[in-house]
Design a binder for this molecule. Sequence first.
Ligand code: ADP
Length: 292
Amino acid sequence: MNIVILSRNANLYSTDRLVEEGENRGHKIEIIDPLKCDIIIEKEKPTIYYKDRYLDYVDAIIPRIGASITFYGCAVVRQFEMMNVFTTASSEAILRSRDKLKSLQRLSKAGIGMPKTVFTNYSRDVEEVIEHVGGVPVIIKLLEGTQGLGVVLAESKNAAESVLEAFNGLEARVIVQEFIKEAKGADLRALVVDGQVVGAMKRQGKEGEFRSNLHRGGNAQIIKLSAAELSVAMKASQALKLPVCGVDMLQSDRGPLLLEVNSSPGLEGIENATGKNIAKSIINYIERNTKK
Ligand code: ADP
């Protein structure tokens, strides 16, 4: 089978592992930079031109589209969809998952628990917004943030007010969220492939840090998820129509609370923490869904 990994960077752990496992299974794996693809649109003959050739021989794609190239990356994924190429993440689902607000709205409708969240257009009523989420401390999050950047813990009303004012001044859109203290700076990441959880880890932020992101110096350990946690991960994957995804949750006194769903989950942290061969699970998932 001809499998294309859509990625800007051929030297990432995740890309390497997918190439390795794909080749182990006898497939031809190519890494293609979506920004170097030309999308050619004409009546009934959608194609993609890359370097000096047409990508008309591809059986499946694995999109690994970074947040900064969402628009163009998703246009390329959509073009492959028009060409009836199997994808591990649809362009629609990637786009939806990039919008934290849209995702949370859908996930709440699907009956998934989450920290109480407020989205507001103006910051004059800070007191009310804070009351909505149960009082200070509150978490303030940039809607476009990743890797824990743009996630702020405001301990007092004054702090919350200043942060909201600052973000407002920059015309940055934010959500205000109930702070889940009992999570103690840790979160859970469940890796879902084909709608099933294939590995899970608990990430703990470094001393004094409420954010558990590995990029912020956190560490990760394998964990066995509870039935409720497994259910949140699978429901989230279903609700956002992302059969392959990373689901982040907080452990709270009222059960697991969903934080976000990642459509291009990194494999390094989770494979190292769990010892599981997640890359192989993804390749097997493709094999089950393509005819060749
Ligand atoms: P990003 O997408 O930038 O990683 P997250 O929403 O995942 O943003 O937040 C980063 C980290 O901050 C989380 O992994 C978690 O440890 C912590 N965190 C986020 N929201 C909350 C919250 N409501 N209560 C407690 N901790 C939180």
